[in-house]
Design a protein around this ligand. Structure first.
Ligand SMILES: [Mn+2]
Length: 342
């Protein structure tokens, strides 16, 4: 089973990105479905997956009874919530749907072993760009691990089908490619670039900008006040502990904000999320290494690591061995992060 699937995959990979192979893939995909199908598209709802689900819904519009998009994860990222809201993407939580109501199931931007709830479903078609996993099969498989985004692949399907995407669909796909390739700063192919360029004149760039900007809840503005009050600087390192947070994302926003300041060569921001202390590190990543620093300072308490210019640590508060009833403060953060200097 595995061998057959790998052959299918290498077949799709080796066929390259020419128009004829895009058409062959499109027809292969379309062949899975018939007029009376009720289709369930399953995604882990991030921008690339959401955009791809919209594209599949469009590809199947006149070919099946209906297409429902289901997702298991609670969407917490505001950019993603904003995308769903502003582009009016019709999605439903997977646990509220009865899988047996659907005659065909499609998995996008993911593979069954990625989540236990995906593993339980037997999929008819799987389209993804993550590294190939084993122990599953589907009638139609298109996995291209070298692609930066499934959205780029979906553009090829749409173009092969001669479907010009609506502004909403083009905007979603454009944003999906931008997010997954981190604005082409990482793993992308010329094929991603060509899909991106195709979408450029069809997408609404103002809306893309708004989706990118929206990462703050109004209720989280208070953390800026706390951060500015708490800010302590030691030898060019800026330290802030903001206390309990509803989502660690605000810590990333605060760290990135403080990283704008000229005199700080390091920014270290922490907060408590659940039972964990989450620490976000930023530096210039030139002669410094945030990942190594995070590992050195917090590695022994929990998970810590990252890249040269950005890193993160998540450690159970109980592992910090604080004196009884002592809360984590900015002082605690400074002590933990400079302990090795002594
Ligand atoms: Mn993706």
């Amino acid at each position: 089973m595995k061998q057959k699937r790998l052959e299918k995959i290498s077949d799709t990979v080796s066929r390259g990105a020419s128009r004829s192979s895009a058409l062959a893939r499109l027809n292969g995909f379309w062949e899975v479905f018939s007029k009376d199908d009720n289709v369930l598209v399953v995604i882990n709802a991030d921008p690339d997956a959401l955009a791809s689900a919209m594209a599949v819904k469009r590809l199947l519009r006149y070919r099946v009874q209906n297409v429902t998009i289901g997702y298991p994860n609670e969407i917490r990222r505001l950019n993603n919530l904003e995308m769903v809201k502003r582009l009016k993407i019709p999605i439903e939580r997977l646990h509220t749907l009865k899988i047996s109501d659907y005659s065909k199931k499609v998995l996008l931007d993911s593979q069954p072993p990625h989540l236990p709830c995906f593993e339980k479903v037997s999929f008819d078609a799987i389209i993804d760009h993550h590294p190939v996993t084993v122990q599953w099969d589907a009638r139609f498989i298109d996995i291209r691990p070298d692609y930066g985004a499934v959205s780029s692949m979906m553009v090829e399907y749409l173009r092969a089908a001669n479907i010009k995407p609506s502004v909403a669909l083009a905007t979603a796909l454009f944003y999906g490619i931008k997010v997954d390739t981190q604005n082409f700063e990482k793993n992308a192919l010329p094929a991603d670039g060509s899909s991106f360029r195709y979408l450029f004149s069809l997408a609404n760039l103002n809306l893309v900008r708004k989706l990118e900007l929206t990462d703050l809840r109004r209720s989280e503005l208070k953390y800026f006040k706390i951060a500015l009050n708490e800010l302590k600087v030691r030898k060019g390192k800026a330290f802030v502990h903001v206390g309990r947070v509803w989502s660690p994302d605000i810590l990333v926003i605060l760290a990135d904000f403080l990283n704008h300041v000229d005199q700080f060569s390091w920014v270290i921001v922490s907060g408590i999320h659940g039972e964990r202390l989450v620490v976000i590190f930023r530096c210039d990543g030139y002669r410094k290494n945030a990942g190594a620093f995070a590992q050195k300072t917090f590695g022994k308490y929990g998970v810590a690591g990252g890249h040269k210019q950005a890193a993160r640590a998540e450690v159970p508060v109980k592992n910090l061995e604080l004196p009884e009833n002592q809360e984590v403060t900015t002082q605690t953060l400074i002590r933990l992060a400079t302990r090795h200097e002594k």
